[in-house]
Design a protein around this ligand. Sequence first.
Ligand SMILES: Nc1ncnc2c1ncn2[C@@H]1O[C@H](COP(=O)(O)OP(=O)(O)OP(=O)(O)O)[C@@H](O)[C@H]1O
Ligand SMILES: [Mg+2]
Length: 416
Amino acid sequence: MKQPLILADNTTVLAGISVQHENTQLGRLGLARDTTPVQLDPSRTGDDASRLEDGLHRLVVGQDESIRQIVSVYQTYLAGMNAPGRPIGSFLFLGPSGTGKTRVIEAMAETLLHDSSAVVKIDCAEFQHSHEIAKLLGSPPGYLGHRETHAALSQEALDEHQTEETPISLVLFDEIEKGSDALWNLLLGILDKGVLTLGDNRKVDFSQCLIFMTSNLGAAEMEALTSPGVGFAASAGSTDTKALRECIQRVGTQAARKRFSPEFINRIDRTVVFHTLGAPELRRVLDLELSRVQRLVLSGTPFLFELTDAARDLVLEKGTDQKYGARHLKRSIDRLLVQPMANLVASRQIRSGDRIDVGRSDDGLKFQRIDEGLSPHQIHRAAGILFPMDEPLLDDYRPSGSSLEKEQSAQESLPR
Ligand SMILES: Nc1ncnc2c1ncn2[C@@H]1O[C@H](COP(=O)(O)OP(=O)(O)OP(=O)(O)O)[C@@H](O)[C@H]1O
Ligand SMILES: [Mg+2]
């Protein structure tokens, strides 16, 4: 007797156009029944993966390919179809400085674990010599100082940021090319078996981890390809973006192959090249960064600031540098906007409840109070309209020792 086999969900109409059972193995065994075939769409993602995708697109400008790759690996994990006994996924991020390689990992932590710093970060430049590996593994028992050395890659360190709803850890090996052979061998074991043995023989399980490695390998060659008037841009015409992207991807992959052993490269699931940010992308990064500065201001002396178009153009002009990408833009924001505003707050020229118009002067920004005495509620409401305030506050703009810091406790009393 033919056994029924559910081929799709319950909405499927039973008995209809017949499938060519003689072409399927179950059909030949007499185990398939006639139902209407339903075309399925593998490009659709589930709700959880879509939430991650939206979060990454909100916080990271451009770099769609890297986001696509991360979401696809996460989706495979959610479906329970990632390889057992190995990390959930491993990525090598290549590309020039300030293009978002580290930011995309922070954004993932922010979206999945609600904390952008919920990443176990290993700075590989600190492990240029083989003996320094002890800092990652801890010393074997009996060695001098054994009790004082805590393994940076312990199970506790991995589990620390996991949440009940997202029991995964993000591990970042930054500037991987600067590490020693010993570090790469250690990584090889993690990528292959998902297990690491510490100095005291305890095992660390990496099967709930996403491993990221970042590197600037090949970045100079990539930049040469995209510089106007030279390299690919000159020979093929800058309109041919797809070919240019493929060429950049090839350059990056080749640089990595030159540096790392084939065993190492072959164990990495996805190699993704990050692309230099163009003018429109930097403009969007500026919006994100201004929103962050405004959030920071709200947590100290709450006031509002708004940049005119000319002021924004100046910050972008001064903050555009191909070599350092958005890193240079952040420096420009810090120098032109954050430091002067911190001075104005410290000297009480800006006070709680002020509204400040930021315009362009000759080669800097000028600040003008255009309203005062706004209530915290009004300020928060207006700031919410000016900037979408749905990301946590990051610390990188906090000028140390300023009054912005001292007034932080005021935050609690403010209406949300
Ligand atoms: N694509 C991007 N989208 C949004 N912000 C970005 C992007 N790229 C860079 N930034 C901003 O610039 C800062 C520096 O970028 P990030 O740390 O990601 O650079 P990186 O590519 O890791 O460079 P490096 O190779 O120098 O480490 C980030 O903290 C972020 O604020
Ligand atoms: Mg980085």
